[in-house]
Design a protein around this ligand. Structure first.
Ligand code: NAD
Ligand code: 2HG
Length: 469
């Protein structure tokens, strides 16, 4: 039955209108993938790989926001998809208007995909976060509605770690202030309260991809490293894990934050924590803006408790470049700008050519694998499923994808439907209340495909049914 999610297939005998999620029909297309990636080689048995699509590729509509790198745009465009790319994020009303129409959306950190926005996204199959953080997406709502979310978990980690190293030296030597003075024509040659970083202690909060990279770089520059994490993690080099945040704050000359945005990390550094820090110590935040209580930081710096700070992230960040970093955005904006020895950067920790190119490739390839093959490897909100690709030798095969609520008895019902056919291979996994089943069926006729699709789709456990062939 044709619905608002339908896509018309103008060509071929089997051209019929069906939505992407429920389309068992249409012309077979076999465009070659743009790149030979690791995943192509490992999972898709490249040699005789058959591209599975139940739709004309040019019908897939993709909206890319926030200036996604050209590498990502190229991969998606080469697939034949319709790609619209904007340099900025969009205000909520415009986002809702646009998202109704697309099957795929690519975003970075600014676009908030809340339940309110996702509710309107009736055609949406998948979200690509062209960044590390996924806190801007309601992952739970997306999973419950069969929308897969992918990100790039570590392609910009090194860029962030390098920025933090630069900031440690810049703060220790008050370089920002000296440079600003010179720009105003003032020569101010001082050494008071300017330090080497050699022998100083760096406290890293969150010892994941970025924190551990930073640890290596800091030790190479002669710093001692202590770290605090909710997990017990293997120390790299001579770094030492401490059992509490309190202990880290008491020991560190520089505190650098590398935790995700969660309810537990909200205002993790506030008045009490600034009091615990050493007098004359420094704070760096390149994680998320909600992690530091900024009015408390302003107070601690005015009291000379904290000798300097570097902030790359803020509770409210503008959707586009321009003169937006003012009191309208964050009430304390002016107070922050008036402090000495504070480095303020516009969320550029991961903004290097290397990182953005790598992220573009990684996320775009994940989107293509998901759209064309149903593979969820790397998804942050659905069970991670891969299944060996169908090959060109395997004619009359179809791939069934059934995303469903993880309730007792579903597999029996699904297999009653599939049992009338030859199931070549099948895999299923669950995450929370959501399960993902993928099965390849051989010797199939077009009318069987539609029948399987419609019967699966009528089960009460169904979230999303896709049939690819
Ligand atoms: N400024 C930027 O441009 C930029 C770029 C990349 C990432 N980020 C931010 O940096 C964060 C960290 O990135 P990552 O790749 O290192 O993440 P990661 O997931 O690899 O590491 C995060 C670490 O924090 C730990 N953690 C979680 N909650 C904690 C808590 N309450 N207390 C202590 N430790 C806790 C985790 O156990 C994990 O080891 C990201 O979530 C993202 O928000 C910012
Ligand atoms: O590029 C961005 O907008 C986000 C960068 C960073 O915060 C991330 O989460 O990877």
């Amino acid at each position: 039955m044709a619905t608002a999610r339908d896509i018309a297939h103008p060509s071929g005998d089997r051209a019929v209108s069906y939505s992407i999620d429920n389309s068992p029909v249409a012309t077979f297309h076999s465009p070659l993938s743009g790149r030979n990636s690791f995943m192509d080689n490992v999972i898709l048995s490249k040699a005789a790989q058959k591209q599975l699509k139940p739709f004309n590729t040019e019908d897939i509509k993709i909206l890319l926001l926030e200036n996604v790198n050209q590498t990502g745009k190229d991969i998606l465009t080469r697939q034949g998809y319709q790609v619209e790319a904007l340099k900025t994020s969009l205000p909520e009303a415009q986002l809702i208007e646009k998202i109704r129409d697309v099957h795929v959306i690519g975003i970075r950190s600014k676009t908030k995909l809340t339940d309110k926005v996702l509710r309107e996204a009736k055609n949406l199959l998948v979200v690509g976060c062209f960044c590390i953080g996924t806190n801007q997406v309601d992952l739970d709502y997306a999973a419950k509605h069969g929308i897969a979310v992918f990100n790039s978990p570590f392609a910009n980690s090194r860029s962030v770690a390098e920025l933090v190293i630069a900031e440690i030296i810049t703060l220790a030597r008050q370089l920002g202030d000296r440079s600003n003075e010179m720009h105003r024509g003032t020569w101010n040659k001082v050494s008071a309260k300017c330090w080497e970083i050699r022998g100083k202690t760096l406290g890293i909060v969150g010892y994941g991809h970025i924190g551990s990279q930073l640890s290596v770089l800091a030790e190479a520059m002669g710093m001692s490293v202590v770290y605090y994490d909710i997990l017990t993690l293997m120390a790299i080099g001579s770094a030492k894990q401490v059992p509490t945040l309190d202990q880290l704050l008491e020991e560190a000359d520089f505190v650098s934050l590398h935790v995700p945005e969660t309810p537990e990390t909200k205002a993790m550094i506030s008045n009490k924590q600034f009091e615990q820090m050493k007098t004359g110590s420094y704070l760096i935040n390149a994680s998320r803006g909600t992690v530091v209580d900024i009015p408390a930081l302003i107070k601690a710096m005015r009291a000379n408790k904290i000798a300097g700070a570097a902030l790359d992230v803020y509770p409210n960040e503008p959707a586009a470049n321009g003169d937006y970093f003012n009191a309208n955005l964050n009430t304390w904006g002016e107070d922050l700008r008036g402090l000495n020895n504070i480095i303020l950067t516009p969320h550029i920790g991961g903004s290097t050519e290397e990182a953005q190119r790598a992220i573009g490739v990684e996320v775009a390839e994940a989107l293509v694998r998901y759209i064309n093959q149903g593979i969820t490897f790397g998804s942050v909100n659905l069970p991670e499923i891969t299944l060996r690709s169908l090959t060109l030798d395997e004619a009359n095969h179809a791939r069934i994808i059934y995303i469903h609520r993880n309730v007792p008895g579903v597999l029996r019902k699904v297999n009653e439907i599939l049992a009338e056919h030859n199931v070549d291979k099948q895999i299923t996994d669950s995450k929370g209340g959501i399960a993902y089943l993928m099965a390849d069926i051989s010797g199939i006729k077009t009318e069987d495909i539609k029948d399987i699709h419609d019967r699966l789709d009528s089960l009460t456990s169904r979230i999303l049914t896709r049939v690819l062939y």
